[in-house]
Design a protein around this ligand. Structure first.
Ligand SMILES: Nc1nc2c(c(=O)[nH]1)N[C@H]1C(S)=C(S)[C@@H](COP(=O)(O)O)O[C@H]1N2
Ligand SMILES: [Mo]
Length: 378
């Protein structure tokens, strides 16, 4: 097996050779970073432990009690720098939001040629009820005036930079995991300390994480320890090098932001152990699933049983009170003996839809190819 060197920032991410299988390094990532078992699409809110997990480096152990306990620092271009304990954050008015989160690399493993990285198929998604303090509340306490209204403020802050407690090296660049958001921040952005009603589990960012509804996972910084307001846009690795849509290594690329629409089918019938092919009986089969988009509500889900030659509209549940949670959909398919491929496709209110053939990019981001599910009816 070829060993990857630590490289340097000018070394682009590797693209697998034609026909090259998943490497031991990719297997190691895939075993650490697990996906949502697709049958768990049945739950409105993904139970703890079934939500997908993606961790670039190690899961840090963060201590929140005692003299040297964790604090959230808010500094840089602020009037009043803050050091907040978990108890102080919990004392602020809290909100709970249901948010569907998806990794920007979801679907990467099906690209050809394959960008060598976490090899997701379609399962890097989950929905949780996140409780915490609106980011705007904390920025207002720190005296960041344009946090909400975009007005020019005396301190000239244009971005908030979020730093996690985890540390590692990526293409030669040693770093804390760090991402930014431009000001003014959305009212929905949360500093979350609870997931599904309990403290954040270690793998999901204990004690505090950012939740950026509608954005791909990389923006939701876990193990958050610092927020720095800056007067220039952030150009760190996870912003300017990683998470860009580019065709060639020297292309500056476009940043990855909002989640492109996707529909997934709850696997019908029962599976074959190795191939995961679904086995169903002849006759009516209830097809159900979830669909989401970071651009607005999903307005249409279509299902095809003949490889996209004809489509049937599914019933899509309205988005309801949960603006950023996935929507349920269902339809009935009459199965006949033999092999079939079910294809599902979502379209959102903004007109974004899922492609029948996946456009390619070097990092393997924003892949929302229609899902194709092989089914054997017998
Ligand atoms: N500090 C930190 N935050 C992070 C990451 C990380 O490695 N370190 N991974 C990001 C990525 S790429 C994703 S997809 C989401 C995954 O969140 P989850 O594991 O809670 O599902 O966290 C994001 N936040
Ligand atoms: Mo991700």
């Amino acid at each position: 097996m070829e060993r990857t060197s630590l490289g340097d920032v000018s070394t682009p991410g590797r693209v697998a050779a034609a026909g090259e299988g998943i490497s031991e390094e990719e297997l190691a990532l895939a075993a650490r970073n697990h996906g949502l078992p697709l049958e768990a699409l049945r739950y409105d809110v993904t139970p703890l432990g079934l939500h997908y997990v993606l961790v670039h480096y190690d899961i840090p152990v963060v201590d929140t009690v005692g003299a040297d306990a964790w604090r959230l620092s808010v500094g840089g271009r602020v009037r009043t720098p803050l050091e907040l304990s978990l108890a102080e954050l919990r004392a602020l008015p809290a909100v709970t939001q249901r948010v569907t989160m998806e990794c920007a690399g979801n679907g990467r493993a099906r690209l050809s040629p394959r960008p060598v990285s976490q090899p997701w198929l379609v399962e890097a998604v989950g929905t949780a009820d996140w409780t915490g303090v609106p980011l705007r509340t904390v920025l207002a306490e720190a005296g960041v005036e344009n946090a909400a209204d975009g007005a020019d403020d005396a301190d000239g802050a244009v971005e908030a930079v979020f730093t996690g407690a985890d540390h590692g090296v990526e293409r030669g660049v040693e770093q804390d995991y760090r991402r930014s958001l431009p000001l003014p921040v959305d009212a929905d952005v949360l500093l979350a300390y609870a997931m599904n009603g309990g403290p954040l589990p270690p793998q999901h960012g204990y004690p505090l994480r950012l939740v950026v509804p509608g954005w791909y996972g990389m923006a939701h910084v876990k193990w958050l320890r610092a927020i720095e307001l800056t007067d220039t846009p952030f150009t760190g690795f996870q912003q300017a090098v990683a998470y860009r849509i580019r065709q060639s290594p020297d292309d500056p690329g476009e940043p990855v932001t909002r989640i492109a629409p996707r529909a997934l089918l709850i696997p019908p019938g029962f599976p074959d152990f190795m191939s995961r092919v679904r086995v169903v009986r002849p006759g009516p089969v209830e097809l159900e699933g979830r669909a989401w988009s970071g651009y607005g509500p999903v307005t249409r889900v279509e299902v095809s049983a003949d490889d996209g030659r004809s489509w049937t509209d599914a019933e899509v549940a309205p988005r309801g009170p949960h603006r950023w949670g996935w929507q349920a959909w269902h339809t009935t398919w009459t199965a006949t003996a033999g092999r079939h491929t079910l294809t599902v496709r979502a379209t959102d209110a903004d007109g974004h839809t899922q492609p029948l053939e996946q456009p390619w990019n070097r990092g393997g981001f924003e892949n929302n190819l229609v899902q194709r599910v092989p089914v054997l009816c017998r």
